[in-house]
Ligand binder design. Structure first.
Ligand SMILES: *Cc1c(COP(=O)(O)O)cnc(C)c1O
Length: 390
């Protein structure tokens, strides 16, 4: 792949070598293992003396194609593709910490990531401290002698709080911490954490990267040094992405820039429109001047993203009434689809938190999360017209 091409060109043209058939679109290699011409060649590939494919838990041409394209987009050196976003998040921590280590993490992480930190890693003697995502001046106080890693996510779900990536990069450099970022919400089209010194970036490709709500998948992308450890962990623990899912997502990356531009444009229109509706108390969107971190959003993101959240004055009852009234928008917990999706976090994704924990991450009873799809904006507005009457 020509390294001078722009990321969006490389996401389209970063195709694996053609086979003898000269296919135009990328083929799909549904095979669990690969064969060798001779015993000597097989021995050389196993010994790492010769390049070659061995087994699809390690690598597969289509999976490698997806990884190469994602590395071009994120500006990273190496990667590994996993069966889900959570497999990537788990590997990003499990491969890099050991018993006795400590992690500093920003509060308001994705729900299952919170479960990893609170319920699973402690069983293996790994502890953590939460810091506030929007208070970088307080982070260094949480760093201990045994802290090895800073783990973050921006914008957060569903509060849409931002983490200053430049400040995080500085903190990690100062204290010699590994800098791990879940970049799922923004995608590399909007924000590239590697430019701020991130060692490892994770993605749930289930969301915007596939963007059509079809397959589960995850990515780990980072420096050669970190990916060496992460890849060894993944090869032997087996979270590999299926070649079919890799093929699907690799094709999806060809339109990622176009789709994200359209999602972000519609999301901004929806955020402004919601702000004018009588039933809405507050709208959260990084590219609205009313967002408390608007300046930071302008600095580290090239657009506001596809998620808008808003608080209804009428609390749970109003939120459920709005979701029930929707004819076009879907009631679902997913996000990053061509179809607009509405979620009521307080009664679904975050119902297991106490009311106090929810308040701490900004989830009020009337909060609705909207993943803005690619339908005509006027149709989405008409579908939500009840907010003007609440
Ligand atoms: C969905 C999501 C994940 C988990 O991804 P899966 O593909 O569902 O396993 C992790 N982080 C964030 C921010 C997500 O939105």
């Amino acid at each position: 792949m020509n390294k001078n091409w722009q990321p969006q060109t490389r996401a389209i043209r970063g195709q694996m070598d053609k086979t003898q058939y000269g296919e135009h679109s990328t083929p799909l290699f549904l095979t669990s293992s690969f064969t060798f011409g001779s015993a000597e060649e097989m021995a050389a590939v196993f010994a790492g003396e010769q390049e070659g494919l061995i087994y699809s838990r390690y690598s597969n041409p289509g999976v490698d194609e997806l990884i190469a394209k994602a590395c071009a987009l994120e500006g990273t050196q190496a990667g590994f593709a996993t069966a889900s976003g959570m497999a990537a998040v788990f590997a990003s921590l499990a491969a890099l910490v050991k018993q006795g280590d400590h992690i500093v993490a920003t509060r308001a992480l994705f729900g299952s990531t919170h479960q990893l930190l609170t319920n699973f890693l402690p069983k293996w003697g790994v502890t953590f401290t939460y810091v506030e995502p929007d208070q970088p001046e307080t982070w260094s106080a949480a760093v201990q002698d045994n802290t090895v890693l800073f783990c973050t996510e921006t914008p957060s779900n569903p509060g849409l709080k931002l983490v200053d990536l430049e400040a995080a990069g500085r903190l990690c450099k100062e204290h010699g911490l590994l800098f791990v970022v879940d970049n799922c919400f923004a995608t590399p089209v909007i924000q590239r954490p590697a430019e701020f010194g991130a060692d490892l970036i994770t993605h749930s490709v289930t969301k915007w990267m596939d963007g059509q709500g079809r397959v589960l998948g995850g990515l780990l992308l980072g420096t050669e040094e970190v990916m060496e450890k992460v890849t060894a962990f993944c090869r032997h623990t087996g979270p590999a992405m299926s070649p079919f899912n890799a093929w699907t997502v690799s094709k999806s990356l060809e339109t990622l820039h176009l789709r994200m531009d359209a999602h972000c444009r519609s999301a901004l229109v929806m955020a402004e429109w919601l702000g004018k509706q009588s039933g809405v108390a507050r709208v959260h969107y990084p590219y609205l001047p009313s967002h408390p971190q608007y300046e930071l959003a302008q600095r580290q993101m090239s657009a506001g993203g596809g998620i808008v959240t808003f608080e209804l004055k009428g609390g749970i009852e109003a939120a459920q009434r709005l979701l029930n009234s929707a004819e076009l928008c879907t009631r679902s917990s997913n996000l990053g689809d061509t179809r607009t999706i509405l979620t009521h976090p307080a009664t679904t994704t975050h119902s297991k938190l106490t009311a106090e924990e929810r308040a701490r991450v900004g989830i009020t009873d009337g909060l609705v999360r909207m993943s803005v799809g690619l339908e005509a904006v006027v149709d989405i507005q008409n579908d939500l017209k009840l907010v003007g009457e609440m």
